[in-house]
Design a protein around this ligand. Structure first.
Ligand code: HEM
Length: 197
């Protein structure tokens, strides 16, 4: 019975951890874009994002990671023979990468707070695809274990996931371009009136 409790809370931890990781980097996108705003909006937005990032990291993301890992230790301690499975070794390698990504986000957070981060909103959007890939790979390994199929269905699903990620990026790009066009068209009448004066 303990095994099921550990597994249930392991999965709850995973959901919380990933919710935190995804939202944190989305906040980095807004934070980086706030640099283009005029004052005083820039300073107000930067302070607000800094606070939101700190709270999200400390109250959601890091506890999510700790619950996931603690419950995983519980799972392994109730069934130690699982440690011999090769799928778990690969999964542990991917989880180590994920923990590295988690700490890298903390570094970016500190750089943003000190105005030392040179990343653009677009670069943060691309960075946010990294946990998506790790999530897909880790869940596939956890579910299929040593029997991960490499048949046509699997490749079709992989292609579908890639197409979904690409279309989200393209849609975001289109929205940004539309916004820029709108801002320019709002600015042009002002320019025209200043040149007449
Ligand atoms: C320290 C890191 C981790 C360890 C040692 C670990 C270990 C384990 C173990 C031993 C199980 C039980 C497998 C079974 O009952 O068959 C499990 C289940 C699971 N883990 Fe993890 N895990 C870790 C992190 C993660 C992460 C980061 C994710 C998601 C991205 C994840 C997703 C899952 C899923 C979906 C299951 C349920 C699989 C099933 O019942 O079929 N795990 N994990």
């Amino acid at each position: 019975m303990a095994y099921y409790w550990f597994k249930a809370f392991h999965l709850i931890g995973v959901v919380v951890w990933f919710a935190g990781l995804f939202y944190l980097v989305r906040l980095f996108v807004y934070h980086a874009e706030a640099y283009q705003e005029p004052e005083p909006a820039r300073t107000i937005l930067k302070k607000q994002y800094e606070l939101m990032e700190k709270r999200l990291y400390n109250i959601i993301t890091t506890p999510g990671m700790l619950v996931t890992v603690a419950m995983a230790i519980g799972l392994i301690s109730t069934e130690p023979e699982i440690l011999k499975s090769s799928w778990l070794h690969i999964k542990l390698g991917l989880v180590l990468l994920l923990i590295g990504y988690h700490h890298y986000c903390k570094r970016i957070m500190k750089q943003l707070a000190k105005d030392e981060c040179k990343w653009t909103g677009q670069q943060f959007r691309a960075l946010n695809e990294a946990p998506t890939i790790m999530l897909v790979l880790i869940v596939l390994l956890a579910v299929f274990k040593n029997n991960l199929p490499l048949d046509l269905t699997t490749w079709l699903i992989v292609a579908l996931v890639i197409a979904m990620v690409a279309s989200i990026q393209l849609y975001a790009k289109k929205r940004r371009k539309d916004k820029e066009k709108l801002a320019q068209s709002e600015l042009q009448p002002e320019l025209a009136s200043t040149s007449v004066e």
